[in-house]
Design a protein around this ligand. Structure first.
Ligand code: AP5
Length: 206
C-alpha cells in the first residue's frame, strides 16, 4: 500500500497516518516529524531547516526530496508506506513520481483530508496551548496556510489528473475519520474528486 496523505495544517494527517499505518502494516513517513527530530537532535539538516519551519515556510525542495529518498530506501518501506506531509509542492511530486517509477511502484492513492478553516484554526490553537509547537504561533500558522494555498493546493489537481485522489471528510471523532479513510482506500465510499464537486472542501483554506 503506497499512499499520500494530503491536507492543510491541522487536517489530521499525522493522527490518521499513525492509525492507517498500523492498519495496513506499512511505515508512517512524516517529513514534519523527521525534520523536527533533526532540529531537536541538532543535526546539520535540522540547523538548515529550523528557520524555515519556525516561520511556517516550507523547507527547500532539494533538502526534503533527499530526505524522503533516503527514508524510502529503508527495508521497511519496500512493501509500502504512508507519506504524511510529502509531497508538498509540484516539483516534489514530480521527484516522487520519478523515484517510484524507477522502483516500478506507483502510488495507490492520495487521501485528501477535508476540514473547514474554522475547525483547523481551533485544532491548531488548542495544540498551541497544550504542546507549544514552535510553528503553531498565530503568525506561523498564518504563514503555513499561505504556503499551503500557494504551493500545496495545486497538488490536488496534479493528483486528480492522475485519477488518484480520494476525498475524506476529516471532521468528527478520530476513529470515525479513520474508518472513512479506510473505506476511501478500499474504494467503497470516499468521493472521487475528478470532475466532481462535493460542495465542501475546495474553499476550506481560501
Ligand atoms: P508538518 O508537521 O507536516 O505540519 P502540517 O502539515 O502543518 O501539519 P500538522 O502537523 O499541523 O497537521 P496534521 O494535518 O498532521 O494534523 P495532526 O494530526 O497533527 O510540517 C511542519 C513543517 O515542516 C512545515 O511547515 C515545513 O516547514 C516543514 N515541512 C514538512 N514537510 C515538508 C515538505 N514536504 N516540504 C517542505 N517543508 C516541509 O492534528 C492537528 C491537531 O488536531 C492535533 O492536536 C490533533 O490531536 C488534532 N486532531 C486530529 N484529528 C482530529 C479530529 N478528528 N478531531 C479533533 N481534533 C483532531
Amino acid at each position: 500500500m503506497r499512499l499520500v496523505l494530503l491536507g492543510p495544517p491541522g487536517a489530521g494527517k499525522g493522527t490518521q497516518a499513525s492509525a492507517l499505518a498500523a492498519r495496513f502494516g506499512v511505515p508512517h513517513v512524516s517529513t514534519g516529524d523527521i525534520l523536527r527530530e533533526n532540529v531537536s537532535g541538532g543535526t546539520e539538516l535540522g540547523r538548515e531547516a529550523q528557520a524555515f519551519m519556525d516561520r511556517g515556510d516550507l523547507v527547500p525542495d532539494d533538502l526534503v526530496n533527499r530526505m524522503v529518498a533516503d527514508r524510502l530506501a529503508h527495508a521497511d518501506a519496500a512493501a509500502g508506506f504512508l507519506l504524511d506531509g510529502y509531497p508538498r509542492t509540484v516539483p516534489q511530486a514530480l521527484v516522487l513520481e520519478e523515484l517510484l517509477a524507477g522502483r516500478e511502484e506507483p502510488l495507490d492513492g492520495v487521501l485528501r483530508f477535508v476540514v473547514d478553516l474554522s475547525e483547523l484554526l481551533q485544532r491548531l490553537s488548542a495544540r498551541r496551548e497544550i504542546e507549544g509547537r514552535a510553528d503553531d504561533s498565530e503568525e506561523a500558522v498564518r504563514r503555513r496556510f499561505e504556503e499551503y494555498r500557494a504551493k500545496t493546493r495545486p497538488l490536488e489537481d496534479f493528483y486528480a489528473e492522475r485519477g488518484l485522489v480520494r476525498e475524506v471528510d476529516a471532521v468528527g471523532a478520530v476513529e470515525e475519520v479513520t474508518e472513512r479513510a479506510i473505506a476511501a482506500v478500499d474504494g467503497h465510499h470516499g468521493a472521487d474528486l475528478q470532475g466532481r464537486a462535493t460542495g465542501r472542501g475546495r474553499s476550506d483554506v481560501t
